[in-house]
Design a protein around this ligand. Structure first.
Ligand code: NAP
Length: 689
């Protein structure tokens, strides 16, 4: 039997001692030794900081997003050996799909978000600039930049692949290198996955390191630029978060701990409704997927007291259909727990729960496996005899275990749910929108996610137990108080937000976005004749003028059918406290502005794909004379497409220099011929040569 290797400082290293034995969940046979003896954790931290970090920070968000995509696709292409190995953790094919392809899916999801929603640069602008003086000469902007440290992951055993990738994706996209420490019982699967990534050569040196075994002294090497992301039990979280170095050096610490997640069957979900059956299906799924070893699994099923007998019968019948056996057998619907130690812990937790519960189900047939050797456990459904008993709301049996709890009215359902002291997720299952709303808003403060299920979403719901890369995963209190993923929110945990104060020109240069009051460049002719590559931020045009007539307004009304009184009814418009007379349609004003700034010939501007942030600041009256300031505000290269996106700051002014409308015009602008995938050949006819 081999000892798992760690990948640190650019090479694979074997431990200097054998360490702990990780065993096969079904056969109990040893799979690997796990130890970090002799692995230099200080050198790993330094390697991440000195090699991985600078390389990642030299890349743009889009380049890092491309890395995530490449790694995600590589793992999907090479997934079969991972599936094979995953059965040794007790996981069925369906369980492993969540871990392996679900994990790769997080990389792909972040890759796509990164390319679509982040700039093609390295600085993230947070919100609008703040103008700090009356004359606009001194501004501030909040910017987020990658921290110069390392993200240390400490993972739970239950998702040895997904658990790594859901933390890696936001850190890497932010530009921060990662050191992964997998949980000992399933470290062999994480090691295999990291090996695939390392062998692919896709990630730069130092971006991803792996330490199999203990990392207890790694904390001594961390400082305020570093981040520790822990997933595991609430008890371990408490020990780690109070580590003196983490406290004294303000090392960021995020905990995703266990929680006593609830599902609430609404009072309106009577047995004749589809929601009653949906609830039963969801509870059984959550008990049996991954043999209940999911941090998000439903541990407390809250059901109106009047329905609890019927629900207990429905759950018992559904659980009788679950086939418990060898996870490698395709017919198996529930595999093993990760090991016999874990199974014994779950049995201990069930014993604690028994003081306040009766057993509904705790036996099953074990198909073609020996439950004395493998870590098998029957799905266990309990029923509370005392709904308020502390053990029910505080004891996590991390296996196929759930407790039915009766409640009398919505207030008691809310109160009982809150006894979990903070959870990752709760489901509300009811056909009644008012009931769903009341329950959701009453329990939201205690949860990171609330999943509302009814017949209309039965086919499309992503399920109670599935954290998604674009949604927050985490919860208050007992659930750890942390937050992971949540789309781009997740990358901010790895970045430092800084309020930068200075002149509009400095802030334009720092943020990569033209700021109000910054220099405008007007010496290059019409900006729409410039290729993306030649377009500087601040390139601007102040247009000719156009006087708006009553005929313009009436023509626009007739052509579009927009006869709103403010444009067409003299008496009503005059009586209006807002207008005091007939005014031009806002959309007419925008259209007239386009007529002023558009360059008519074919040229580098390929298309206008929208406008953002449009506000009509003042009415435009017949006789008003309009001009437009159009200024290149933001440039985003779309790699390999032959074009980039340019947002233009548009300000429409009247004859008194008052802003009547302000917005961003979004355009696609061609690269020079032959650049970034643009076709070779002569410059476009309308382009400025
Ligand atoms: P655990 O015993 O708390 O261990 C979690 C991780 O912490 C493991 O990698 C473990 O390493 C490591 N660890 C333990 N003591 C440490 C120390 N003193 N210094 C550094 N690292 C230390 O949890 P588990 O048994 O692996 O996982 C099951 C628990 O995780 C359940 O309670 C479950 O609810 C929770 N969980 C939560 C989430 C979530 O997202 N909220 C997700 C999955 C699981 P070793 O394995 O080497 O001891």
């Amino acid at each position: 039997m081999r000892a798992l290797e760690s990948h640190v400082c650019g090479s694979w290293r074997a431990p200097s001692a054998d360490g702990v034995v990780a065993r096969h969940a079904v056969t109990g046979e040893p799979v690997a030794f796990v130890s970090s003896a002799g692995i230099d954790l200080s050198a790993a931290v330094t390697h991440a900081r000195d090699i991985g970090g600078p390389t990642l920070r030299s890349m743009t968000f889009h380049e890092r997003a491309n890395l995530l995509k490449a790694v995600g696709l590589q793992l999907i292409a090479e997934k079969e050996p991972l599936y094979e190995l995953s059965t040794a953790t007790g996981a069925t094919r369906a369980d492993s799909w969540i871990d392996i392809e679900g994990g790769a899916g997080v990389l792909l999801g972040y890759a796509s978000k990164g390319r679509r929603e982040l700039p093609d640069g390295n600085v993230l602008l947070d919100g609008e600039p703040e103008v700090l003086t009356r004359d606009g000469s001194f501004l501030a902007a909040h910017v987020a930049t990658p921290r110069h440290g390392v993200a240390v992951q400490i993972n739970a055993f239950n998702f040895p692949i997904w658990g790594v990738l859901e933390k890696l994706a936001p850190a890497l996209l932010a530009g921060v290198p990662t050191i992964v420490k997998p949980a000992t019982p399933t470290a062999f699967l994480t090691e295999a996955m990291v090996r695939l990534i390392v062998e692919s050569g896709l990630l730069p040196d130092g971006a991803l390191q792996l330490v199999c075994g203990s990392v207890e002294d790694i904390f001594d090497h961390l400082d305020g630029q570093d981040h520790v992301a822990f997933t595991g039990s609430a008890d371990t979280a408490t020990v780690l978060r109070s580590h003196p170095t983490l406290l004294s050096r303000s090392v960021r610490f995020n905990a995703e701990a266990d929680s006593l997640n609830a599902a609430i069957l609404g009072l309106s979900a009577t047995p004749d409704t589809a929601e009653f059956d949906l609830f039963a299906t969801e509870v059984v799924r959550e008990m049996t997927v991954k043999a209940g070893q999911k941090c998000t699994a439903i541990r407390r099923a809250l059901v109106p007291t009047s329905l609890i007998d019927t629900m207990a019968d429905a759950l018992a019948s559904a659980l009788a259909e679950i086939r418990v056996g060898d996870p490698a057998d395709e017919a198996t619907t529930m595999g093993a727990l990760v090991g016999t130690t874990q199974r014994d812990e779950v049995r201990g937790a069930v014993m604690s729960l028994r003081s306040a519960t009766d057993v509904v189900v705790d036996t099953c047939t074990f198909h073609d496996v020996d439950p004395d050797v493998g870590a098998f456990l029957a799905p266990t459904l309990l029923r509370a005899t005392d709904a308020n008993a502390r053990s029910i709301h505080a004891t996590e049996a991390f296996g196929p275990v759930c407790t039915l709890v009766g409640y009398d009215d919505l207030d008691s359902a809310v109160r009982l749910t809150a006894l979990g002291a903070g959870s990752l997720v709760a489901s509300v299952v009811t056909p009644d929108v008012d009931e769903a709303t009341a329950l959701t808003l009453s329990i939201a403060a205690h949860h990171g996610r609330v999943h509302v299920l009814d017949a209309s979403t039965a086919a499309t719901s992503t399920g109670h137990g599935s954290p998604l890369p674009n949604l927050v995963h985490g919860g208050p209190g007992r659930a750890g108080g942390g937050e992971e993923m949540g789309g781009l929110r997740g990358i901010r945990h790895h970045m430092q937000t800084t309020a930068v104060q200075g002149s509009p020109d400095v802030l334009t240069a720092v943020t990569g976005q033209w700021m109000p009051g910054a220099t405008r460049h007007m010496d290059r002719g019409h900006p729409f004749r410039l290729y993306f590559d030649d377009l500087e931020l601040g390139t601007a045009i102040h247009t000719e003028s156009r006087t708006v007539t009553l005929a313009d307004i009436e023509d626009f009304a007739h052509n579009t059918g927009d006869h709103f009184y403010a444009h067409m009814d003299e008496v009503a418009a005059t009586a209006s406290p807002i207008f005091g007379g007939r005014v031009a349609h806002g959309y007419l004003v925008l259209a007239l502005a386009a007529g002023l700034f558009v360059w008519p010939d074919p040229g580098p501007v390929l298309a206008n794909y929208g406008i953002d942030r449009c506000r009509f600041a003042k009415p435009t009256y017949p006789g008003d004379t309009l001009t437009v300031w159009l200024t290149a505000k933001r440039r985003t290269l779309r790699a390999g497409t032959g074009y980039g996106e340019v947002a233009w700051d548009a300000q429409i002014l009247n004859q008194d220099d008052e802003v009547v409308a302000a917005y961003d015009v979004l355009t696609m602008v061609a690269n020079r011929p032959g650049v970034n995938g643009a076709p070779d050949g002569e410059p476009k006819a309308g382009a400025d040569r």
